[in-house]
Design a protein around this ligand. Sequence first.
Ligand SMILES: [Zn+2]
Length: 189
Amino acid sequence: MGAKQYQIRQLQAACLRLDEKELARAGNEIINSLRGLYLSKKEDFEEGDIKTILNCKNYIAAAEDLLLELEDFSFIQDQQDVNNITARLLQYSNLNPESVISRRIRKEIRELESKRPSLPTGQANARKQKLKAATRTLDAHAPKCGHRGCESSMTLREGNGEYFWGCRSFPECLGKRRLTSAELALLPD
Ligand SMILES: [Zn+2]
């Protein structure tokens, strides 16, 4: 077996058998070495070889993403976070279902899913995020006050569960204005 064929086999075996940390290191090493072979003897490489190498390369990139993903685990706060992270993990595990990494990912997913019922749903958090984004957008387009010739701009304020525009110079200026229906539509229910 030629050096090229041998290294491609090594690469495929690495994708199947190594965990993501070992793969990120060893897999990239083999790919670099194959790149060297390719540059010195392009005619040895068939279309199928290139395809196999590129598939492995994508798989290694996914493993590196997974490493970052695993660091995120400590930031999981609610069910929405669990849903987002398991969706991404499932994508990785489907790339090479028989591999060591995929088996481990499926185990992580089972653990996450068993943890999910004990976490808050994430609706309160999603609402808070939406409100924050809406406040930023609205304040960036806040109207001028104009109350008794006031030159200040207004800002989004809340009182008794209602949102309204209030003058930034409050309490010196008592300028107040209703939000338009388009502005109200930006806010969470
Ligand atoms: Zn004012």
